[in-house]
Design a protein around this ligand. Structure first.
Ligand SMILES: Cc1cc2nc3c(=O)[nH]c(=O)nc-3n(C[C@H](O)[C@H](O)[C@H](O)COP(=O)(O)OP(=O)(O)OC[C@H]3O[C@@H](n4cnc5c(N)ncnc54)[C@H](O)[C@@H]3O)c2cc1C
Length: 384
């Protein structure tokens, strides 16, 4: 059994955006942290996300964390001392509704966002048509827009920045799979793929969808599953086709002309259960949907497909803080497709949980006990 000489006080499982932000926040508070990842820093779903950052969410708790995170990202270099700026560009996010009921739901979320100081506004179909050349205005009812939502020019920079900052403190990142986790007196015993066994007082589980597997080892059944998502990319196109990121909410379709000139398009409808992904069919369906909604996409080819998954909960809300009966373990998972844009605030909340030894910092809608007796909180409606 190995007990390192500079014994870590906290072990984090998972070196994605969530784990590394948590490591950074904890090291800022003077705790000795070790992060384990079976592949390395930012190698999981964090490596696939294209860098979308928005405050337009439906649930109060989500947009509060999104706002805190966006403010953090505005001053990322100053806050973390990172070398590379992620360059958050405020291209704006337009949510487009085809159905009247979706438009009404967007109006309600815009009102709640405005009450929290988030300056989203409603747009008519015609106003959206002026903003998005080629938009099929006759197919839509209207939408919402927030001009400060945006995109990172360098989507990998936040996780590297958090890692640099944490490593400058007392943190360590080790490439190892955590194979077993169990209680040992007042500590946690982690068995690593390197053959080592480590004893630590506190564990943070930030392993994406695989957090569920780790928690099974402790007899906890987390309602967390991987749900596939696919993004298509074009070759670079010099003429700018679309400036804001556009999300067709009823169609589960998103499109963005990125800083490098490539166009990103995604049909984010979850595949029916047990359906095998067939790249040709998905590409064909996505292109047909894109052309129907924005005719300027007509000539764009999408040779590259990237496949990943969201770590999804039944109410599409996060799983943060200590589950009942496990006070020295904190969850940081269930990001439901928004882990990069929420990472600064999520890391802060989890660090508060670790330092304070309670769940007071965790919003009620994100605590694990909301699933007790089969109940769940209000669903976050704006996951696409
Ligand atoms: C197609 C797509 C588009 C997306 N777009 C956006 C976007 O625009 N904006 C946004 O904010 N989010 C987006 N997301 C979501 C975002 O990518 C994730 O929410 C975020 O990366 C989650 O980070 P994480 O650190 O929680 O998980 P991950 O990055 O998956 O990290 C978990 C890590 O845990 C490690 N691990 C797992 N089990 C073990 C173990 N037993 N031992 C050791 N290591 C282990 C894995 O190797 C992995 O590196 C998108 C996701 C997808 C798939």
């Amino acid at each position: 059994m190995v007990k390192a000489t500079s014994t870590p006080e906290v072990a984090i499982i998972g070196a994605g955006a969530t784990g590394m932000s948590t490591a950074w926040h904890l090291s800022q508070r003077g705790l000795r942290v070790v992060v384990f990842d079976r592949v390395g820093v930012g190698a999981g779903m964090t490596s696939l996300q294209p860098g979308g950052v928005r405050t337009q969410w439906a649930h109060n708790d989500t947009f509060k964390l999104a706002k805190e995170s966006q403010d953090f990202y505005e001053n990322f270099i100053e806050r973390t001392g990172a070398e590379k700026d992620p360059e958050l560009v405020h291209c704006g996010y337009a949510f487009v509704a085809s159905k009247q009921e979706t438009l009404e739901a967007l109006k309600a979320t815009v009102n709640s966002q405005n009450a929290q100081g988030i300056h989203s506004r409603m747009l008519t179909a015609e106003e959206l048509g002026e903003m998005i050349p080629g938009l099929a205005v006759d197919l839509i009812a209207g939408g919402s827009f927030n001009e400060s939502d945006g995109y990172f020019n360098h989507p990998g920079a936040p996780v590297s920045g958090f890692a640099e900052g944490a490593l400058r403190g007392d943190a360590e990142v080790r490439v190892a799979n955590v194979e077993l986790i169990e209680r040992s007196g007042n500590e946690w015993k982690l068995q690593l793929s390197t053959g080592e066994i480590l004893l630590v007082p506190m564990v943070v589980v930030a392993a994406g969808a695989e957090s569920a597997k780790l928690m099974t080892l402790l007899g906890i059944d987390l309602p967390l599953v991987p749900e596939p998502r696919h993004i298509f990319y074009s070759n670079p196109i010099s003429e700018r086709l679309i400036e804001p990121l556009v999300i067709f909410q009823d169609e589960h379709f998103a499109v963005k002309h990125l800083a490098d000139g490539s166009v990103l398009a995604s049909d984010l409808s979850p595949l029916p259960k047990n359906t095998k992904a067939d790249e040709r069919t998905m590409r064909r369906n996505m292109i047909a949907k894109g052309k129907r909604l924005i005719e300027t996409l007509d000539y764009v080819q999408f040779p590259v497909m990237v496949t990943g998954h969201y770590d999804v909960t039944p109410d599409q809300q996060l799983l943060l803080g200590s589950p009942e009966g496990l006070p020295n373990l904190a969850l940081a998972c269930g990001l439901n497709g928004r882990g990069m844009m929420l990472a600064p605030a999520v890391g802060r909340v989890v660090a508060d949980t670790v330092v304070n030894g309670n769940n007071d910092a965790v919003p009620a809608s994100m605590r694990t006990d909301r699933f007790a007796e089969g109940g769940a909180g209000a669903r976050e409606q704006m996951v696409i």
